[in-house]
Design a protein around this ligand. Sequence first.
Ligand code: FES
Ligand SMILES: [Fe+2]
Length: 355
Amino acid sequence: MNAEPIVQTSGDVTFLRDCWYMAALARDVKRGGMMRKLLLGEPVVIGRMKNGDLFALRDICPHRGVPLSAGKVLGEASVECPYHGWRFRKDGVCSLIPSTVDGQDNIDPSKIRVRSYPVREQDGLIWVYFAANERAEPASEPPRVPVPNAVPRWVESQTFTCGIDHAVIGLMDPAHAPYVHGRWWWRVTPREKVKHYEPLPTGFVMTRHAPSKAAYKILGGADVSTEITFELPSTRFENIRGTIFGRSFDVSGLTVCTPIDANNTQVTQIFFWPAWLGFLKPFFMILGPTFLGDDRRIVELQKQGLEFNPSLMLIQDSDVPAMWYHRLKKAWAESTANGTPFVNPVKPRTLRWRS
Ligand code: FES
Ligand SMILES: [Fe+2]
């Protein structure tokens, strides 16, 4: 792969199917509540029945198109459309058409359904599955946060005005940090980095190493180490481990990119840590919005160039993770389109760059 730069064109955005996308925080979906979301360009209502059951339905009433999210959750575990009161269960099946009268039993409501998406709640997050074949059961489960009893302790979410690919690449691109994130109180002098990467089932990992950023000093001792994983479609975990006050800890930072549509992406960063590390919170409150905001602003600038649909470059070695992302995505899209097994194109490799 030590060839000339890869030249690729921007433009068409593919949303991968047969994947879980992080859609909301569990705590934001109350019992009896609903929220309308645009996910992968599709309107989806995410809600919770009064018994606590989650649901995710296409937010378009099959009768005449009104958003179900504008209706209400009823006691007997259904959602009522605000226009003519049709009711739908969490599996999307219509359970009642109130306007029909006795003798009109040629209309069977249970034959009418709105698309329902597989949905999971774990680690305080809600994940929605977008299947290539709408009726198929999920072929996997959503990613797990590698912290025991994970609770989102700190959350920052911003809308990036770009498609998912530029959002994802921006997160794995090591060369931008000194320019985009440089501050007087943050180290800006670039140094040479050598990092080893290994493949994961649907992505790759920058293997465990001692972090170079001064910010990690807050986590104390010399034994702090971190690994950074990326897996399709857009999940990045930074898993920090070490000892503080003589106790070992795991802190995990999750960054997910959820496509709103082809030109807008929700980027959410969530940190998970054990309750006894609560003193970390103010630190994240200061740094978190700053860094995600830096990335959002550079993407807005990038948009001014991308509007002209230029050819772009990915160059060695600092853009290799971005090349891997494109290859992984292509391999996944082909495997779901052809029904063939996914083969990870990433091979173990050590990358060197200055940042
Ligand atoms: S539009 Fe929903 S019930 Fe008529
Ligand atoms: Fe960044």
